[in-house]
Design a protein around this ligand. Structure first.
Ligand SMILES: Cc1ncc(COP(=O)(O)O)c(C=O)c1O
Length: 377
């Protein structure tokens, strides 16, 4: 039996090698050159106001929180409302800056439920960190409206949302800041990189300094300027080394050319899963919001006796994943005083079925029919 894995990235090898070759021949693999090009292409493609290429989305989420805290004078202990159903990078970003994550519950889309968020807004709430889980925008529009009404900042963890469109706009267009992941198994795969997109030009400029140790001139610009004093720079902050490099950018440039085509293929595989699984006894599918075109990073279902189901799928050479466990189950977040019953229920039942570009229709049929047999009462 051929194994069917959760994720297998597809790289256009010859095109990627040609882009990387250009870096090697030029003698420039670091910040600048291809990183400038991917930022320009990303802005062109998505219509987002600014873009700065980084080493990962984890770095981007930290910068997002750091810079908003700095700009608005948030104090240690101020609160950010967030979801317990995410990768820990999302919530670590809040803790890096000594802010307090306040967990709100998710809805049937597995994204933050606006009603639960509203309930948890208090005098020290400063921002909402919304995660588009699996590329699904969920009730993002309602959460955004809530932020605007209550004077809160909206940080969008768009790690899964490369190529998610909400109506005619790319996800993140109206957030205060959106952060995308281009890690190896994401929809725009490199090895490790990401993009931070601030709404404000001033914060975009700050992000460029903060991601390069707080230095106010990047080496590429300095090297290529005719300025006699190109060696001279100032250091404005104790920044980080978070910027992306030209080898990753070369990979991203190729992946971006195929993003929409690849996501269309993912959506077609998901429709096939939907047709095979909706109404199947014991399988709950996660609904998408009409009028949105999600990237479909994940295809998630909820089943009873999840762990046993995973073992039985593995016995049939099918290897799904779990995105994610309720973060308050981790020792690190266990002290959060929360009640998020939907997130806890989902955390115990969620399975991400195999979804990637090397999957055939027959593979989807095999996964769906095996799952139906395994969970049948
Ligand atoms: C929801 C979410 N946020 C953030 C990240 C972090 O992305 P990166 O690996 O690019 O740091 C991930 C990665 O899996 C994720 O799933």
């Amino acid at each position: 039996m051929e194994p069917i894995h959760l994720f297998v990235p597809t790289f256009r090898v010859e095109e990627v090698l040609a882009e990387i070759r250009a870096c090697l021949e030029k003698g420039w693999t670091g910040l600048g050159f291809k990183t400038v090009e991917i930022e320009e292409r990303w802005v062109e493609h998505t219509g987002l106001p600014h873009a700065h290429f980084l080493s990962s989305a984890s770095a981007g989420l930290h910068l997002a929180v750091r810079l908003l805290k700095e700009q608005h004078g948030w104090r240690d202990g101020d609160e950010v409302i967030t979801t317990p159903l995410t990768f820990v990078s999302t919530n670590h970003a809040i803790l890096y800056e000594r802010l307090r994550p306040v967990f709100a519950d998710v809805d049937e889309h597995l994204c933050l439920d606006p009603a639960s968020v509203e309930e948890r807004i208090g005098p020290r709430t400063r921002a909402i960190l919304f995660v588009g889980l699996g590329g699904n925008p969920g009730r993002y529009a309602d959460v955004l409206a809530l932020c605007r009404r209550r004077g809160l900042k909206l940080i969008l963890d768009a790690a899964h949302m490369a190529g998610t469109w909400i109506g005619r706009e790319h996800a993140g267009r109206d957030a205060d800041v959106a952060v995308f992941s281009f890690q190896a198994v994401k929809n725009l795969p490199t090895a490790d990189s990401g993009m931070i997109c601030f709404a404000e030009a001033g914060l975009d400029a700050e992000a460029r300094k903060w991601s390069w140790m707080g230095i106010n001139k990047d080496t590429y610009t300095r090297t290529h300027s005719g300025d006699t004093y190109k060696w001279l720079y100032d250091v404005e902050h104790v920044g980080f080394k978070y910027h992306g490099n030209s080898i990753m950018a070369a990979m991203a440039l190729v992946a971006l050319r195929y993003l929409e085509e690849d996501n269309a293929r993912r959506r077609s595989l998901c429709e096939r899963y939907d047709a095979a699984l909706s109404g199947a006894p014991g399988v709950e599918c996660v609904p998408m919001i009409p009028g949105t075109t999600p990237s479909r990073h994940l295809y998630q279902v909820l089943v009873e006796r999840r762990d046993d189901t995973m073992v039985r799928l593995n016995q049939k050479a099918i290897y799904p994943g779990v995105h994610y466990r309720d973060n308050t189950l981790y020792r690190m977040y266990a002290s959060a005083e929360v009640s998020c019953p939907n997130a806890r229920r989902a955390s115990e039942r969620l399975i991400s079925l195999p979804l990637h570009l090397r999957l055939s229709e027959a593979d989807v049929d095999r996964v769906a029919s095996t799952l139906r047999r395994v969970v049948a009462p």
